[in-house]
Design a protein around this ligand. Structure first.
Ligand SMILES: C[S@@+](CC[C@H](N)C(=O)[O-])C[C@H]1O[C@@H](n2cnc3c(N)ncnc32)[C@H](O)[C@@H]1O
Length: 300
């Protein structure tokens, strides 16, 4: 059963971290003319209306993108990664008002070029239909393929891409505990087939053993494959009860807010560390809610 709906969480601090990282990675990869295959294994609905019921009910964007925008003046001149992310958000909202929050599929189709391909996987029947509508409206729809299928399973057979240039974003809802193990299994299979691909995994930082273990397992996986990696996390407030933000199976309103999340990138662009080093303190300054707010940034 898939009950998680990203519409409740769109534009929260975790999306800001994930999408800012994604925009930086794609920006780097598209500097060379060689075609790229980008795969979004857990695509969601593509674009979210922050004035609709789900977003209004959770109010999560208020402490995420809305807070970031409100406090931009206080963080000083946006660092290059933050500026690129904000520019992408503006492109999704040409009127200037931040009503639409672009998810990873929107950002990817916006940043990819004519020669690139985008593969999207989404399991939830409603979000899959909504995303399908969006895809039809996108100018470059012919280079996008959406599958109503399991992204963990659909990904490895796509590797390696014909051009040997590829980017994967793996962003499960983690509503099913086995998602943590499936991230590792799927990534392991991909690294065997296409060791030089860029793989970006998002994960929640919550008081669940699987969540605590995941970055360690990802590090081991990258090390075993002999590949460079980068890990960044953003905390906006004290850990609280450690309740998962991505509950899905229960009423999302009944659970407390997610206070921290992380991204793990295998084969990160060489510019990514520098860009995040400048952007993360700005995110903390803008979205931090108490003195537990902070970031981590490691690479190996
Ligand atoms: C966190 S949301 C994705 C958000 C999106 N990546 C973004 O950044 O805009 C996770 C999505 O994965 C979908 N999902 C859950 N399990 C899946 C699976 N095994 N394969 C594909 N999609 C899945 C959920 O329905 C949900 O829409």
């Amino acid at each position: 059963m898939f009950s998680y709906r990203h519409a409740f969480h769109a534009g929260n601090h975790a999306d800001v971290l994930k999408h800012l990282t994604l925009v930086s990675v794609v920006g780097h990869l598209t500097q060379k003319d060689v075609p790229i295959l980008a795969v979004d294994t857990h695509a969601g609905a593509g674009v979210y209306d922050l004035e609709q019921r789900q977003a209004q009910t959770s109010g999560e964007a208020l402490s995420g993108i809305a807070r970031l925008r409100e406090r931009l003046a206080e963080v000083g001149a946006p660092s290059p990664a933050l500026a690129d992310y904000l520019q992408a958000l503006t492109a999704a909202n040409p009127s200037g008002r931040q009503r639409l929050y672009p998810g990873s599929p929107w950002l990817l189709q916006h940043l990819l070029r004519d020669q690139d391909q985008l593969r999207l996987f989404e399991m939830h029947p409603t979000d899959w239909r909504v995303l399908g509508q969006h895809v039809k409206e996108w100018a470059g729809a012919r280079r996008v393929r959406l599958d109503h299928a399991d992204g963990f399973e659909g990904l490895p057979p796509l590797m390696p891409p014909p051009s040997r240039r590829g980017l994967v974003i793996m962003d499960p809802s983690y509503e099913i505990k086995t998602d943590y193990a499936r991230v590792i299994t799927s990534l392991e299979a991909c690294l065997k087939r296409f060791a030089t691909g860029v793989y970006l995994v998002w994960y929640p930082i919550i008081a669940r053993p699987q969540s605590q273990q995941l970055p360690k397992q990802l590090t081991k996986l990258a090390q075993a494959a002999g590949k460079p990696w980068l890990q960044a996390s953003l905390r906006v407030q004290s850990g609280g009860k450690g309740t998962p933000q991505r509950p899905g199976v229960v009423n999302p309103r009944s659970l407390g807010p997610l206070s921290a999340s992380g991204v793990f990138v295998v084969n990160p662009p060489h510019t990514l560390h520098e860009r995040l080093k400048a952007a993360l303190p700005q995110l903390v300054k803008a979205m931090g809610q108490d003195h537990f707010a902070g970031f981590t940034l490691h690479q190996g």
